[in-house]
Design a binder for this molecule. Structure first.
Ligand code: SAM
Ligand code: SF4
Length: 331
């Protein structure tokens, strides 16, 4: 029987974001320093069996949506087989976030396993700027992935982080992808999760400025209804096939309806992106916890959830302020 997880603020939890590795083949400016980060030893990563068990227990607690993220999921060996195993769990909406550099090899299998949506990170359509931002020259591979996903009618959302002095000229060309394609183009405020600390004293390109910029260049941009528990404020240009979203990830305007928890590659459960982890689910599994004990620990953890991302950040024990790489969290 499903016992729905509900937090101490009355918010039901339906959505688990599972980061399957901290490793990545890109070095995005907003996520990692150029020299990369110190990866955790492989034995500290959750095993596929542990992650499968976590998803199964999550479903017994009302989780019906899982997003696989990282690091880059496809740099982990046998990732597609793991996705196929999760895809076989009935009643689960399985979603993926990827940088798209390796993903084009797996489109057939993603389609077959019933992937519900793929979020593709793409911050520019210009090859030189892509190279500067990600520190790797891999735009053609990402575009191959995008084209293949669209061809198969797999639901696609594109995530672009908005960076002062880096990709502002790219916002309109990216938004125009929604003209011909039924995709959601989402612009995300840059957060200081880059492994180095905040890039700016004040975030100049916040959600309001992003909207202003887009509205000035796309006069027929209109507000359209947001999905339930959505982090993106959704817009559409009249006549376009797709939509445009703006995510106030740093301004944190959407916490009131947050329905998600996160588990990091080493098994740390986070009840908010901005907290520093509340307990380690892998460690209790390895210490022999029964299914009931794992579920009770998760249920207890969401009973101490911060009301919003500001409170969570204030309550952090280890990192003040946030600066860990997003590849150790999953976004
Ligand atoms: N490697 C995959 C990718 O890039 O899509 C999955 C992991 S990545 C950490 C997940 C998401 O986090 C990506 O959409 C990325 O753009 C976003 N992200 C990473 N660092 C960020 C930051 N500092 N601020 C805002 N979004 C960030
Ligand atoms: Fe890698 Fe994704 Fe981070 Fe870029 S955003 S460095 S692709 S984990």
């Amino acid at each position: 029987m499903v016992q729905q997880l509900i937090d101490n603020h009355g918010r039901p939890i339906h959505y688990l974001r599972l980061a399957v590795t901290d490793r990545c083949n890109l070095r995005c400016f907003y996520c990692m320093p150029a020299e990369g980060i110190d990866y955790v030893p492989k034995g500290d990563l959750m095993s596929y069996e542990e992650m499968h068990r976590l998803v199964r227990l999550g479903m017994e607690m009302g989780i019906n949506k899982v997003r696989i993220t990282g690091g880059e999921p496809f740099v982990r060996k046998d990732m597609i087989e793991f996705l196929e195993e999760l895809g076989a769990m009935s009643g689960l909406s399985l979603n993926l976030t990827t940088n798209g550099t390796l993903t084009h090899h797996y489109i057939d299998r993603l389609e077959k396993l019933g992937i519900a949506s793929v979020n593709l990170s793409l911050d520019t359509l210009d090859r030189q700027r892509f190279h500067e931002i990600t520190r790797r020259d891999e735009l053609p591979q990402v575009m191959e992935t995008l084209e293949a996903l669209l061809e198969r009618n797999i639901r696609v959302k594109i995530n672009a982080v908005v960076m002062k002095d880096k990709n502002i000229d790219d916002l309109v060309p990216l938004a125009l992808l929604s003209e011909k394609h039924p995709l959601e183009m989402r612009f995300i405020e840059e957060m200081p999760f880059n492994g180095e600390g905040a890039h700016y004293p004040v975030l100049e390109w916040n959600h309001l400025r992003i909207l202003d910029h887009l509205s000035n260049h796309l006069p027929n941009l209109e507000k359209v209804p947001d999905g339930p528990n959505a982090t993106a404020k959704k817009f559409q240009v009249q006549g376009f096939k797709g939509t445009i979203g703006i995510i106030a990830a740093f301004s944190r305007t959407f916490c009131g309806t947050c329905d998600r928890i996160r588990v990091t590659p080493v098994g740390q459960l986070k009840t908010c992106l901005y907290d520093d982890g509340v307990f380690n689910v892998k460690n209790i599994m390895r210490a022999g916890a029964t299914d009931e004990q794992v579920k009770t620990s998760i249920a207890d953890a969401v009973q101490h959830r911060a009301k919003n991302g500001f409170e969570a950040e204030q309550n952090r024990r280890f990192h003040q302020p946030v600066q860990e790489s997003m590849s150790t969290i999953g976004g």
